[in-house]
Design a protein around this ligand. Structure first.
Ligand SMILES: Cc1ncc(COP(=O)(O)O)c(C=O)c1O
Length: 376
């Protein structure tokens, strides 16, 4: 049997043709496909604006910038995330605080956030970890007493639904990633969605060096060639051929999500009566989990043994994530230490992300389940 990774893309002939068509045309970057992809994502999520970026990381950086984050500001996020969620704040010379996770969801715990709020807290970034649509209501309640922006890192949660709304509709800004293991891919790529025009304008300028050509924004008009730089931005543009891939992939998202949910149900049932395994958190309908990952916790079993034995069988699991506050960079530079976020650390010691991707066949999943049961 071919190797079974923890996640992978699903590219078909339609996707390939869509990319090739753009490569044969006039624009390979900054052409019409960018806006078409942005419109398609905005419509799918149900928001007014979407701005494409060349990675989820640059999308996070831009969203924090658009929120006005700057030196001396504090942001609060979860330690159970990819380092990029925190790093993006450091790019703006802000300070990162980690609040612990809720063990029922593995997402940022609003009660822990409340304990860490200070007058300098300008931004809270809940992460919809593994595709679980984190409930934002408690964060909105906190915000009534403290003024901060809420950016949801939904890199794992495109298409997830909570309280009758798609993830992306509620936070001030929401970030998605299109890395190949995610729900849809553009190779590298990301998107910020928002309903606020002010954020939208800042996001677009940040993506292109802080430059504008908008006549309403220029301080003067020297001719049709004229542009002005108003902020220090970056080249964070996504190419046209990548956007063509994104548009083609997005047509299949509902099937991809259905398939991820089917796979999750089969795992839930398989592990129901195994005391050594805590299955991934699930949601009740009509909410929808996006199952980017299927994280299990192992009780009284050596995680490394299981990881290595599965690898011998051609099953490549992963661990998501090493708590960010325990990364040597964060410990050395900011003094974070073990014990700062006990739930996250407990979680990390036991977690294993087992294969979860729509192209995995039932037969492959059966092999994964049997292998885990045998090893344990
Ligand atoms: C939660 C989270 N945030 C941000 C990112 C960064 O996205 P990208 O890899 O597209 O830069 C990732 C990517 O793995 C992620 O999982």
């Amino acid at each position: 049997m071919e190797a079974i990774p923890y996640g992978r893309q699903w590219i078909d002939e339609e996707d390939i043709s869509a990319v090739v068509e753009v490569l044969r045309g006039d624009w390979i970057t900054q052409g019409p496909k960018v806006e078409e992809f942005e419109r398609a994502i905005a419509d799918y999520v149900g928001v007014r604006y979407a701005v494409a970026f060349n990675s989820g990381t640059s999308a996070l950086h831009a969203a924090y910038f658009a929120a006005g984050i700057t030196e001396g500001d504090e942001i609060i996020t979860s330690p159970i995330t990819f380092v990029a969620t925190a790093n993006a704040a450091l790019y703006l010379r802000a300070q990162v605080t980690f609040a612990d996770i809720d063990m029922k969801t593995y997402c940022l715990d609003p009660q822990e956030v409340e304990k860490k709020l200070t007058p300098r807290t300008k931004l809270v970034v809940p992460v919809s970890f593994a595709g679980y649509p984190v409930d934002l209501e408690p964060f909105f309640e906190l915000r009534e007493r403290h003024n901060f922006t809420i950016i949801e890192d939904a890199s794992h949660a495109l298409g997830a639904v909570r309280n009758g709304k798609k993830v992306g509709q509620e936070a001030d800004m929401t970030v998605f990633s299109f890395h190949p293991v995610k729900h849809i891919t553009t190779g590298e790529g990301g998107m910020v969605v928002t309903n606020k025009e002010e954020f939208y304008e800042r996001l677009k300028m940040f993506r292109t060096h802080g430059i504008t050509k908008d006549p309403d924004k220029l301080t003067k008009d020297e001719g049709p060639w004229y542009y002005e730089q108003h902020y220090l931005g970056y080249n964070y543009r996504l190419t046209d051929f990548q956007c063509a891939l994104g548009i083609s992939q997005l047509k299949k998202i509902e099937y991809f999500l259905e398939r991820r949910n089917e796979i999750a149900r089969r795992y839930d049932i398989a592990f129901e009566n195994m005391p050594q395994i805590v299955p991934a958190p699930s949601v009740l309908e009509p909410d929808r989990h996006a199952y980017h990952l299927y994280p299990i916790l192992l009780n009284d079993v050596n995680r490394k043994d299981v990881y290595l034995k599965l690898r011998e069988k051609g099953i490549y699991t992963q661990v998501h994530y090493i708590p960010v506050h325990l990364q040597p960079y964060y410990r050395k530079k900011f003094g974070f230490k073990p014990g700062d976020c006990p739930h996250a650390e407990y979680y990390y010691k036991r977690e294993l992300s087992i294969p979860m991707y729509p192209k995995m066949t039932d037969e492959q999943q059966e092999y994964v389940i049997c292998s885990i049961q045998k090893i344990i």
